[in-house]
Design a protein. Structure first.
Length: 403
């Protein structure tokens, strides 16, 4: 046997691979698969909202009418009729040539990072921000800087102070993941104007914007400054996440490079899935279907707010009331740590996501994210009661650490 067969050369990982970390949420979801666990952890749409029958009909139609083309390789930009539909449904003038169909909006984040970020590049994010975006950006080895934020979104003064040489500002203005907050009209106007003056591009991520409960959110930032924004959208929250289809809308200055990055990544997103979405969305289907999602999610949000008000009395727990989306943001009493609370909560039969994972730096250990859309009203009542018991027990035991 040759020496190199006795001692094979170890795999040498790229430096960027060291920056890749497992999703905290995905790891928590493994725990929630245990029988009897009520999960407020996952960011999963309710399967009750999936239009299964509509897709069954569309599948048959697409295969019978366009089978060979639907199963063949296709253009990297995406299926033409779908790009036209996307352009038509956006609330500002968009040329279909600006639309790139992606394999989920998560791929849009990955493509943007590959095209816009060099090692050491400064990128700006909200405080807190979407964990999946931090994961997508990390392999490019940027300097990720948190911009101070309040319930209305990013604070303009802190943005101005931190914007020097930044490649872009990443935002989720509508029903943000993780906090559920929505950027106000006044803040959007100021931010769009300020970013234009600073010559700061904006990466606007909007997977939840259609899931409003009482009134639609203000116009996207991309509608206010189309040449200064790259806009991401998704079909996961309004149709089905398993299709893995999203889109980005890009200015002409950056679109060709995003397309080249897409070609290198996967050639194109599934053409069969794209054609099925076009078939399903014919004749105003989303106008009829999305209101049923809003009604369901609103009832579940209301149930969680009622349960929190009932069960958290006297515990000094704070929470918000999101105007749409899938998430609610809560804060534990002073001295508590959501990471330390989680194992005890799981023992009580309920799971959540500790908020620390959503911070680019200086995490708030007291925060946690609660998803209300995959649990029934009865499960919400039981789960919130279990969470309250867990908090009360830790407070009685003095199992607290300084923040």
């Amino acid at each position: 046997m040759k020496p190199n067969e006795l001692h094979p050369r170890p795999w040498l990982l790229a430096r960027r691979a060291e920056k890749m970390n497992p999703s905290v949420i995905r790891e928590i979801l493994k725990v929630t698969e245990r029988p009897g666990i009520i999960s407020f952890a996952g960011g999963l749409p309710s399967p009750k909202t999936f239009p299964v029958e509509a897709f069954a009909t569309a599948c048959d139609t697409v295969l019978r009418r366009d089978g060979p083309a639907a199963l063949q390789y296709a253009a990297s930009e995406g299926y033409g009729p779908l790009r036209e539909m996307v352009a038509a449904m956006l609330p500002w003038k968009v040329d279909p040539a600006q639309v790139l169909i992606t394999t989920g909006s998560q791929q849009g984040l990955d493509l943007a990072a590959k095209v816009l970020v060099d090692t050491g590049s400064r990128i700006l994010v909200e405080t807190p921000t979407y964990l999946g975006a931090l994961q997508a950006f990390a392999p490019m080895e940027p300097e990720v800087v948190s911009v101070a934020s309040d319930d209305d979104g990013v604070l303009a003064d802190d943005l101005d102070a931190k914007s020097r040489d930044a490649r872009f500002l990443y935002l989720l203005p509508n029903f943000q993941n993780p906090t559920g907050r929505t950027m106000t009209e006044a803040r959007r106007t100021a931010l769009a104007q300020g970013a234009e003056q600073l010559r700061l591009p904006i990466l606007e991520d909007n997977p939840y914007g259609d899931l409003w409960f009482d009134a639609p959110p203000p116009l996207p930032l991309a509608a206010r400054n189309p040449d200064g924004c790259l806009y991401l959208g998704s079909f996961s929250k309004v149709l089905a996440p398993g299709l893995r289809l999203g889109f980005l809308v890009a200015p002409a200055a950056v679109y060709p490079k995003l397309l080249q990055a897409k070609q290198a990544a996967d050639l194109h997103s599934p053409s069969f899935n794209q054609r099925m979405i076009v078939e399903v969305m014919q004749d105003g289907f989303l106008d009829r279907h999305v209101p049923t999602i809003r009604a369901l999610y609103k009832s579940q949000r209301d149930a969680m707010l009622a349960a929190l008000a009932k069960e958290m009395k006297g515990l000094d727990v704070q929470w918000n009331a999101p105007a749409g989306g899938m998430f609610l943001w809560a804060r534990l009493p002073e001295g508590m740590d959501a990471v330390r609370l989680l194992p005890d909560a799981v023992e009580q039969g309920v799971a959540f996501v500790p908020g620390a994972a959503f911070y680019a730096d200086a995490p708030d250990a007291r925060t946690l994210r609660l998803s209300f859309v995959t649990a029934s009203v009865q499960e919400i009542d039981i789960g919130v009661a279990a969470l309250a018991r867990t908090i009360a027990q830790q407070l009685r035991q003095g199992d607290q650490i300084p923040c």
